[in-house]
Design a protein around this ligand. Structure first.
Ligand SMILES: [Zn+2]
Length: 390
């Protein structure tokens, strides 16, 4: 494995736009790309525009009748078929929807191909991570499931063990569903508890089916969980599972909606903790997956304050040039933020919580603590299925 990290980017991905009042404003992608440039990180990576995912690739995960329904809605948004989740409040139909969704999927598939073939050790598609899309339906702002498609492509290329880690505040339900009965894919999702958040799945008892029992892992975190609890839960579950599973490739989804400023969810994680998990994923890829790492974006609706900084850190980590938290953001970028959004952009690449402290699970736990109860529920539901000690 060689070469610089790849950043997957085609300006046209900003056409993934559900309209003015929708929370998933594509300005978050444009501002991330320009912050990457403002900090000079685009000179540290190979910027690559992959081609859109074609029909045969989309069918690795999606049903033909659903793809046809997306194409029809894309050509005539007014005729969207709501039985496929299209034309709904969450997933309004828009002209060109099929093409731009396939383009985003193509970036993740291209990232997977580059990493599998060794063209790059790491590849990032922050426009991707659309983890709620189901084989036969749009859901939760997601049309095509680029994360599942990247994994499916890795399997098609011959991968036998792919691990997927999803730290978006919402459960990675579409990816879990795609590989529910496939023991070659270990899906791990840490998210806010389904009792208080969409999509109301991701209970610890969801562990996969048939020969894949124990290959779906869900950590359902109490609303209000902050930095120390979030990092503690991550480290109490993820490294042991990877050590056991021995993935050949690591695919990670970095939805930034765990942040305390995020308007759609209720965790209280800072940018600094998000960065710490990105660093951990990078290290885990090297420790357990031969360095092969595909990193994706995901949710994130604080589109000025949080998303661009979070995913710029991700690009820096993949590029091998981590951005120091105290870094002052160039004034030119803040001017662009104001021009595009009439909001004031953040000044530094930190929320002031660096370094983030947390207590290791190995040093003991408290059965009366709600966070520890969440971790225990996951370990007890899954670890024995894999022959591991809970
Ligand atoms: Zn999300």
């Amino acid at each position: 494995m060689s070469g610089r990290a790849q950043l997957m980017w085609d300006e046209a991905v900003t056409g993934y736009d559900f309209g003015r009042d929708h929370p998933m404003d594509p300005v978050r992608l444009a501002l991330t790309r320009s912050l990457v440039g403002a900090l000079g990180l685009d000179r540290e990576v190979e910027v690559v525009a992959a081609k859109a995912a074609g029909e045969s690739t989309l069918r690795l995960v999606h049903r033909e009748d659903y793809i046809d329904a997306v194409k029809a809605a894309s050509a005539d948004p007014a005729a969207a078929d709501m039985s496929y989740g299209l034309g709904t409040l969450d997933d309004p139909a828009f002209a060109g929807m099929h093409e731009v969704s396939a383009l985003i999927a193509g970036q993740s598939v291209g990232a997977a191909e580059a990493v599998w073939r060794g063209d790059a050790a790491h590849a990032v598609n922050f426009a991707g991570g659309l983890h709620h899309a189901m084989p036969g339906a749009a859901s939760g702002f997601c049309v095509y499931n680029d994360a599942a498609l990247a994994i499916a492509r890795l399997l098609e290329l011959g991968a036998e063990r792919v691990a997927y880690i999803d730290v978006d505040v919402h459960h990675g339900d579409g990816v879990q569903a795609a590989f529910w009965e496939d023991p070659r894919v270990l899906t791990i999702s840490l998210h806010e508890h389904p009792r208080t958040l969409f999509p109301q799945t991701g209970w610890p008892e969801e562990t996969g089916a048939g020969s894949a029992e124990g290959s779906a892992v869900n950590v359902a975190l109490p609303a209000g969980t902050g930095d120390a609890g979030w990092l503690r839960a991550f480290h109490a579950v993820v490294p042991e599972l990877l050590a056991d599973f021995r993935p050949q490739v690591l695919v990670t989804q970095h939805g930034a909606d765990t942040h305390f400023e995020d308007p759609l969810a209720h965790l209280a994680v800072s940018l600094d903790a998000q960065r710490a998990v990105q660093v951990a994923c990078h290290e885990l890829a090297h420790e357990y997956a031969g360095g092969r790492w595909v990193a994706l974006g995901g949710g994130g609706y604080a589109v000025v304050e949080v998303v661009p900084r979070s995913w710029t850190h991700l690009v820096g980590i993949a590029a091998g040039r981590e951005v120091e938290p105290e870094t002052v953001i160039p004034e030119g970028w803040r001017q662009e933020v104001y021009a595009r959004t009439r909001q004031l952009g953040p000044v530094r690449m930190t929320d002031g919580r660096w370094p983030v402290g947390w207590a290791a699970w190995e040093d003991g736990y408290d059965p009366a603590d709600r966070l520890d109860q969440a971790v225990l529920a996951t370990r007890r539901a899954v670890f024995p299925l894999r022959g591991m000690l809970a």
